[in-house]
Design a protein. Structure first.
Length: 251
């Protein structure tokens, strides 16, 4: 015990010799602690208010504000889904809509998951995970669970949308390149009063058989209608790792 006390006393004397102005207050660290907020080269950080990263994203945000139906089509990694979900949360917080409905086709990306245990929500969770991720980035987990429990935010597969009329709602149809022409026609005609719908997808990354995806055809047919906007994203609009844009060209 005496040896340990002597070592501590010796260490304090050594530190006070290096830092004479500390008035016998021992410094815990030689250098200031690192803080992520002070890092000058951070590429991304959370922003409460969304902001466009390029002209195409700004065009999408403006189109959503001006039109009840918006198609956002183009390369992967351009922020289409994130912007659509972020605008949905913004509209809900502003009181412009009463609920958010997010839908996505339950199509496997080239591999079979086989039998999935659990109830309907458990079975659909792997397919709807990207929508949960976008929501979690805009809402706290506690509030998200509360809104979903109340039915204010609903995440549903395409098959459960038939026959519904969606009034006072903000609807996001994600991964629409995996919807057939008939499915998209059914989904688009769900639009009710005081509602907005954003349809996102990349026609070049469909997991359906060739010629089955209806996204490109539907978008081109409706592009000229009033109150319908089609925003096209290219590889120059990619906001993920810079390598993603190069891979899009190479593949």
């Amino acid at each position: 015990m005496a040896k340990r006390s002597a070592r501590r006393a010796s260490r304090r004397m050594h530190e006070n010799a290096h830092y004479p102005d500390t008035d016998n207050v021992r410094r815990l660290f030689d250098e200031p602690q690192w803080s992520p907020m002070e890092e000058p080269n951070r590429d991304q950080k959370y922003r409460k208010n969304i902001r466009a990263q390029n002209d195409s994203q700004q065009a999408m945000l403006d189109a959503i504000d001006a039109n009840p139906l918006v198609f956002a089509m183009g390369a992967a990694g351009t922020g289409k889904t994130y912007l659509a979900v972020a605008k949905a949360v913004e509209a809900l917080d502003a009181g412009d809509v009463r609920r958010i409905i997010l839908s996505r086709p339950a199509v496997e990306a080239g591999e079979s998951l086989g039998f999935l245990p659990g109830d309907l929500e458990d079975k659909l969770s792997p397919y709807l995970r990207p929508l949960y991720d976008a929501l979690c980035d805009r809402l706290s987990s506690k509030r998200l669970k509360a809104l979903m429990a109340e039915g204010v935010i609903e995440i549903a597969p395409i098959a459960y949308m038939r026959g519904r009329t969606l009034n006072n709602a903000y609807i996001v149809i994600d991964e629409a390149q995996n919807c057939t022409y008939g499915q998209l026609k059914m989904l688009l005609t769900r639009l009710g009063w005081n509602s907005s719908m954003v349809v996102t997808g990349d026609p070049e990354q469909s997991d359906l058989l060739p010629g089955m995806s209806g996204l490109k055809e539907v978008g081109e047919k409706l592009e000229d209608l009033d109150k319908v906007a089609l925003i096209r994203f290219s590889r120059s609009d990619v906001v993920r790792h810079p390598l993603v844009a190069d891979m899009i060209d190479a593949l």
